[in-house]
Ligand binder design. Structure first.
Ligand SMILES: [Zn+2]
Length: 302
């Protein structure tokens, strides 16, 4: 509810005070990039809305599709196309479907942190730290992985979370929607934060194709989504920028959606200027340019 007290509490500064994204080249011969990433929520996408969903078997079956069909099909497609991607997996999904998580890792893809119960990070939530710790613990215990990338469940963020991720050694995050190139976050106390690999709703498959229970949206035909995805990609290539996909096995692993993804990724692969890769690789490339720029600035100041 907006009252005058609430309005007066809104700071008169941008919510994100990070400096502009630095301009640096992508690795040769590429002039643009695609961060190919998937969010594996499985049933936690549904239980995070209502814990009682755990007893609603058909609602749960939407998420269960990921382990039974969606993820294996996506892994098969990536193998056929010889592509490596990042999978942000919730800790609950790793615990409930260890064989699925192991298959992702065995296929050589990067595993990222995506919370434990897929809880939306909201200001003042008491469970932000516990969600993070349980997520790390599950990835370590089941897969022996210490992730360096984090994507927020429901794509939401808070200042406490931004600082906590740095404390836990997360190198890059991928949730903000305010740029088309990687940039470095700035914490409230002035310290540098994680590297952000920004996302856009255009490549979130829930927007176009999930046959979500009780969703007011209809499913977009393949041609419509392909047109959105190609136009966004081609313009971004002209800009020398990057796109980030936010794809879910319970959506893009469905037969019609997989056909769409196959067609889109085949097109993307035909763009010889486009670097299709993991978040880890894009973050490492950012870091090397950031280090080089800092040493140039240091030389110039002597
Ligand atoms: Zn998610």
């Amino acid at each position: 509810m907006l009252d005058s007290k609430a309005l007066a509490s809104i700071p008169l500064i941008p919510a994100n005070t990070a400096p502009p994204a630095p301009d640096y080249p992508w690795p040769k011969p590429y002039t643009s990039a695609m961060f190919l990433s998937f969010d594996v929520d499985a049933e936690s996408a549904w239980t995070s809305k209502d814990a009682l969903h755990a007893q609603r078997l058909i609602t749960m079956s939407y998420g269960g599709y990921e382990a039974r069909v969606g993820t294996p099909k996506l892994l098969e497609l990536l193998d056929q196309l010889d592509l490596k991607a990042t999978f942000f997996v919730t800790g609950w999904s790793v615990d409930a479907h260890p064989a699925m998580a192991e298959a992702i890792l065995k296929a050589g893809h990067e595993i990222g942190h995506h919370g434990y119960h897929h809880l939306l990070p909201d200001p003042g939530d008491p469970w932000i730290e516990e969600e993070l710790e349980r997520g790390f613990e599950a990835l370590k215990r089941r897969l022996g992985v210490k992730p360096i990338g984090y994507r927020a469940p429901y794509g939401e963020f808070t200042e406490e979370l931004r600082a906590a991720l740095v404390r836990h050694g997360i190198v890059y995050t991928s949730s903000f929607r305010d740029d088309v190139r990687p940039y470095r976050h700035l914490l409230a106390d002035g310290r540098p934060g994680t590297i952000e690999l920004p996302v856009t709703a255009s490549y979130d498959d829930w927007m176009h194709g999930l046959s979500a229970r009780f969703s007011p949206r209809s499913i977009f035909p393949k041609e419509h989504v392909l047109s959105i995805w190609k136009d966004e990609l081609d313009e971004v290539r002209d800009w020398g920028a990057m796109v980030t996909t936010v794809l879910h096995p319970q959506c893009s692993g469905r037969p019609m959606r997989l056909r769409l993804l196959r067609e889109f990724l085949t097109y993307a692969k035909s763009c010889s200027d486009l670097w299709i890769t993991t978040g880890e690789a894009i973050a490492a490339n950012f870091q090397s340019h950031e280090t080089a720029a800092a040493s140039r600035a240091d030389q110039a100041s002597r």
